[in-house]
Write a protein that binds this ligand. Structure first.
Ligand SMILES: [Zn+2]
Length: 289
């Protein structure tokens, strides 16, 4: 049983869905210098930290009360990083949509969100900066891309998503709709590959590369939504940000669901998700599949 006592200082402010890696001190399988101890705060158990060592196979857990000290907007205490709290986000009225006026921290946060996003996508995404809470906000839409063109028609808007900027406070990400919503977009044709991704930036890039994209806004997909999407297509690739075994597990779970529908599916085990690749690279990687 792994005790997390020695790591307490390093486990503050864990976000939901976050995994941190450490060298397992006193590992029974020999000295660990490759950070084989994974500590995760999962969506399913946000009140727990779950530990697993990939060196010795030992595991452990402890309760997690973090998040109590987080403050959003400098005023409202966020008791837990729960979906209920997230539902309460209100989009600031005076978002600055002109990237050239943003402070450097906001611009670099945008680039962290999506490398290589071009001006056209900026415009369509309507990513706005709010100076009052030092956060970025952008819309979540259902049918985001039609015929390769990105559209954010108002009726399609399902909510907003927000991310704190470098040096800012509050939760890293906030959403204004329930987790059960999943956005997806379609190009015509049953032979079109569906790329299942975590975030809207990856979805847009995959779409620009000529593929359908299903955006999970996270790593969870309900069998119902997968069925809905896969009823329009015959093959899919699950391409998440596979930087932890937890996320890889989710990817394989999604794969299993799709296999049960008798469709062709595989998991792209690249370490990072599509938003970090150039559109042309995504096209090259997936075009023959
Ligand atoms: Zn170990």
């Amino acid at each position: 049983m792994i005790s997390l006592k020695d790591y307490n200082d390093l486990l503050e402010d864990m976000e939901i869905g976050e995994t941190r890696r450490f060298n397992h001190l006193g590992c029974k399988a020999g000295t660990d210098s490759r950070r084989r101890l994974y500590v995760s705060r999962t969506d399913n158990s946000p009140g727990m930290l779950l530990a697993y060592c990939h060196n010795c196979g030992d595991d452990g857990a402890r309760s997690y009360a973090g998040g109590l000290k987080f403050r959003f907007g400098g005023k409202v205490p966020v008791k837990k990083a729960s979906q209920t709290e997230s539902n309460k986000i209100v989009v600031p009225p005076n978002l600055d949509l002109n990237v050239s006026q943003w402070p450097l921290e906001a611009v670099s946060t945008l680039h962290t969100l999506a490398k290589d996003i071009d001006d056209e996508v900026h415009t369509h995404l309507d990513v706005g900066y709010n100076a009052a809470d030092h956060r970025l906000y952008w819309p979540m839409a259902e049918d985001v891309v039609k015929g390769g063109k990105i559209t954010f028609a108002v009726p399609d808007l399902k909510g907003m998503q927000s991310r704190r900027c470098l040096g800012g406070g509050g939760q890293k990400y906030l959403k204004s709709v329930s987790r059960s919503f999943q956005g997806y977009t379609f190009l015509e044709g049953e032979d079109k590959l569906v790329v299942i991704v975590e975030d809207i930036f990856s979805a847009i890039k995959c779409n620009k590369a000529g593929f359908n994209a299903m955006c999970l806004y996270g790593v969870h997909a309900s069998p119902e939504s997968l069925y809905k999407v896969m009823s329009k297509s015959n093959k899919a690739v699950v391409w998440l940000d596979n930087d932890s075994d937890f996320i890889l597990e989710r990817a394989y779970k999604i794969k299993k669901y799709i296999q049960l529908m008798n469709k062709e599916v595989w998991v792209q085990e690249t370490g990072i998700d599509p938003k970090h690749y150039m559109v042309s690279t995504i096209h090259e990687v997936l075009k023959d599949d």
